[in-house]
Design a protein around this ligand. Structure first.
Ligand code: ZN
Length: 485
């Protein structure tokens, strides 16, 4: 069950005064105040809600959830509202409370010996990174939306980003959680332990659950030493197969110092240059693909530069790389990263596009791209592939834009009508290659039904049983992750 139990009618549902008194925080009920909370970042999902509750304490969160459980009202937890799958947007029934964690903002503890930090869910990723940096440490989760996205949301969606190759995704950076359960109890699981074998791992159940099992209110996270030096380079390669050979060489040469390895297709850089003319391709000759790679060195600048340049020379000698630029200053490094980070925005400025966030085993990526590009071109001639992403993690943002002569608002509906067929072809290929149709964005509403299509009945049944056990009333973010029924 993952919808509000229809057989239990709510008490006159708008007893919002009681709610306001009980949790003592800010309760928004005016339509204009609610609006920004009822639409997702990509503006693809619109919902309705009774109110937005903004508690400023864990007790406040628990009080809101208890009221919702009594009233059989759905709870839709929301962090920075930057998710890409519609998980934080309520449905259209208008019987939800959006529970914003934005006011839970304390850094509760930082331990430089245990290398851990304990923060509340509403801290933005940038705030957590800054708190770590002020103590001479690194919190390595790194996403373009770091100024708005919050730690609670990062954990609830098990966010990835550009440093997963070295440090892992949000799940792997989390040591402990504090969670308000679906009946309004608080689980104090903020353990700073690297080792804890005492039964079922509740922490890992709540991470990536997208608020469907409980509300993450705080987390204890891993910290790392700040690297002594970082060097960024961009290499031109002929195809993803060559990029994979470079990955192998880079991992042999750099070991765990290799902290980023991003693939970028030429069309991505063309779109960035078109919409942000100050960001041009760093090479005189265009190449079908590029790799943006970064090393984080503990020994310092000279050592890092020597190892990196040797790697690039060898890659050019062996014909894997046709050209390369190594950034020699912080400004140059930021300019190379900007090329990568502006791709999504540049593609959005080009018009509507169809996004996929897929992963396949790293070794299969070359074959996957070749096969799927060819199949898509055969079925939908002229469509343009905007392919980029975290090659080192086997995760690509495998996006599709309309043909050049079918671009623009007049053709939008015609292009979006192809979406189900393009999704099906792409995701069937992902499945055939042993991959996942959501690598780092989660399921939310966007991929919920498709995920169910590719998962086995055993896997779906286990997931439903977990949902039923932890949220028997079905009030926690209904309609997300699991299909109703
Ligand atoms: Zn990504």
């Amino acid at each position: 069950m993952n919808t509000v139990d229809a057989s239990t009618p709510p008490a006159p549902c708008a007893d919002l005064d009681t709610l306001r008194q009980r949790f003592g925080g800010r309760l928004l009920t005016d339509a204009a105040d609610l609006e920004p909370f009822l639409i997702d970042w990509r503006r693809r999902y619109f919902g309705r809600a009774l109110a937005v509750a903004m508690p400023d304490s864990v007790e406040g969160v628990a009080a809101v959830v208890r009221w919702c459980a009594e009233q059989r009202v759905a709870v839709v937890p929301q962090g920075g509202n930057t998710g890409l799958a519609g998980a934080a947007t309520p449905d259209e029934a208008g019987r939800s409370i959006v529970l914003s964690l934005a006011r839970l903002k304390r850094v509760r503890a930082l331990d430089t010996v245990n290398n851990s930090i304990t923060v509340e869910a509403g801290c933005t990723l940038a705030e957590v990174r800054a708190a770590a940096e002020a103590a001479g440490r690194l919190f390595p989760l790194s996403l373009p939306s770091e100024g708005s996205c919050t730690i609670g949301g990062n954990l609830s969606t098990n966010a990835g980003g550009v440093a997963v190759l070295r440090y892992g995704n949000a799940r792997e950076l989390c040591l402990g959680l504090e969670v308000v359960t679906a009946d309004g109890e608080t689980w104090h699981g903020l353990r700073g332990l690297r080792k804890d074998n005492t039964g079922y791992d509740l922490r890992d159940l709540f991470i990536g659950a997208e608020g469907t099992l409980g509300v993450i209110t705080a987390a204890t996270l891993k910290l790392y030493p700040q690297p002594a030096a970082q060097i960024t380079a961009m290499a031109a390669v002929g195809d993803p197969h060559a990029a994979l050979r470079l990955l192998e060489q880079a991992q042999s040469a750099l070991g765990s110092s290799l902290t980023a390895f991003e693939l970028i297709s030429d069309l991505c850089l063309e779109l960035v240059a078109k919409h942000f003319p100050e960001h041009r391709r760093p090479f005189a000759q265009p190449s079908p693909y590029y790799v943006l790679l970064e090393t984080s060195d503990s020994e310092g600048e000279t050592h890092a530069a020597a190892v990196f340049e040797a790697l690039m020379e060898r890659a050019i000698e062996t014909g894997i790389v046709t050209d390369a630029v190594v950034a020699t200053s912080g400004a140059q490094s930021r300019a190379l990263w900007a090329l990568r980070e502006l791709i999504s925005e540049a593609q959005a400025l080009t018009g509507k596009n169809i996004k996929h966030d897929i992963s396949v085993p790293i070794s299969s990526i070359g074959e996957f791209v070749e096969h799927t590009n060819a199949e898509l071109q055969r079925r939908f001639p002229g469509i343009r592939m905007v392919v980029f992403g975290h090659l080192g993690d086997g995760n690509l943002h495998y996006n599709v834009s309309p043909p050049v002569d079918r671009t623009g608002p007049a053709h939008e509906d015609e292009f979006l009508a192809l979406q189900p067929a393009i999704n099906r072809l792409t995701h069937d290929a992902v499945h055939a290659f042993g991959g996942s149709i959501s690598a780092e964005h989660g399921l939310g509403q966007l991929r919920r039904d498709e995920a169910a299509r590719y998962k086995s009945t055993v896997e779906m049944a286990l997931m439903r049983r977990i949902k039923q056990a932890l949220d028997p009333l079905g009030i926690m973010n209904p309609g997300k992750v699991l299909p109703p029924g």
